[in-house]
Design a protein around this ligand. Structure first.
Ligand code: PGA
Length: 255
């Protein structure tokens, strides 16, 4: 189902106490209902804070997400966290294939596909990140890269799950750099993603899947980005670490 969403990816920031302070600040500030439209708000704290933040969020309308998950439900996988473990902590969403995991942690397409499938298998909603590097954009390869990432992650998806996920377009060159894609650039690639989703999944599936933009989203550019017709929401890194900034972004999410 296509939803207006604002997702905060806290990355490797904040202890348990700091995480609780942030989410309490956020809960005091935000309004989920903006101009009569409901915004799905999701926060993705580090693993260590999920349990406490999740417990607090049960009294609120904010949803909990994890930043990653392993594809097996349990076993000898030192250091990994499974989807059922996240489900127990009230997680509803899991980010899969974030560019920092693709590039710094060297996750390949096959691993991302397995993680994406596992998140669906255990009933949580994957937020699949796709995006090109600066070099790929300059070589005119954006479309090719995005298509490859989508085709590979969605391999083997069942019809039943074919609209039960979210895609985030995150150009690698815009993440944490302060250099966001222009609203037109972001809209163009989100439109391409929608078309490719329909091609892969059939039945005009792309029209029913939420597509977010991420990469240096700030209070001063959120409204312009979200006003684009193909952009259903925002995936926010740095600016989600401050309750006031994140609230401003949520408030800007009015179409
Ligand atoms: P940023 O990160 O907003 O700090 O650029 C976005 C992301 O990585 O999801």
């Amino acid at each position: 189902m296509r939803k207006l969403m604002v997702v905060g990816n806290w990355k490797m920031h904040y202890t348990v106490i700091e995480s609780l302070q942030l989410v309490m600040g956020l809960n005091n500030n935000y309004t989920r209902d903006v101009n009569g439209q409901t915004v799905e708000i999701v926060v993705c704290p580090p693993f260590t804070a999920l349990a406490d933040v999740g417990r607090f969020l049960t009294q609120t309308e904010i949803k909990l997400g994890a930043q990653d998950a392993f594809y097996e439900p349990q076993g000898a996988y030192t250091g990994e966290i499974s989807v059922p473990m996240l489900k127990e902590l009230n997680c509803e969403y899991v980010i899969v294939g974030h560019s920092e995991r693709r590039h710094i942690l060297k996750e390949d397409e096959e691993l991302i596909q397995k993680k994406f499938a596992a998140v669906l298998r255990y009933g949580l909603i994957p937020i699949l990140c796709v995006g090109e590097t600066l070099d790929q954009r300059q070589k005119g390869e954006t479309e090719k890269v995005i298509k490859r990432q989508l085709q590979s992650a969605l391999k083997g998806i069942s019809e039943e799950n074919s609209q039960r996920f979210v895609v985030a377009y995150e150009p690698v060159w815009a993440i944490g750099t302060g250099q966001n894609a222009t609203p037109e650039q972001a809209n163009e690639v989100c439109s391409l993603i929608r078309k490719e989703l329909s091609d892969i999944l059939g039945n005009g599936a792309g029209d029913w899947i939420s597509i977010l933009y991420g990469g240096s989203v700030k209070p001063n550019n959120a409204a312009e980005l979200i006003s684009q017709p193909e952009i259903d929401g925002l995936l926010v890194g740095g600016a989600s670490l401050d309750a006031r900034d994140f609230t401003s972004i949520i408030n800007a999410a009015k179409k």
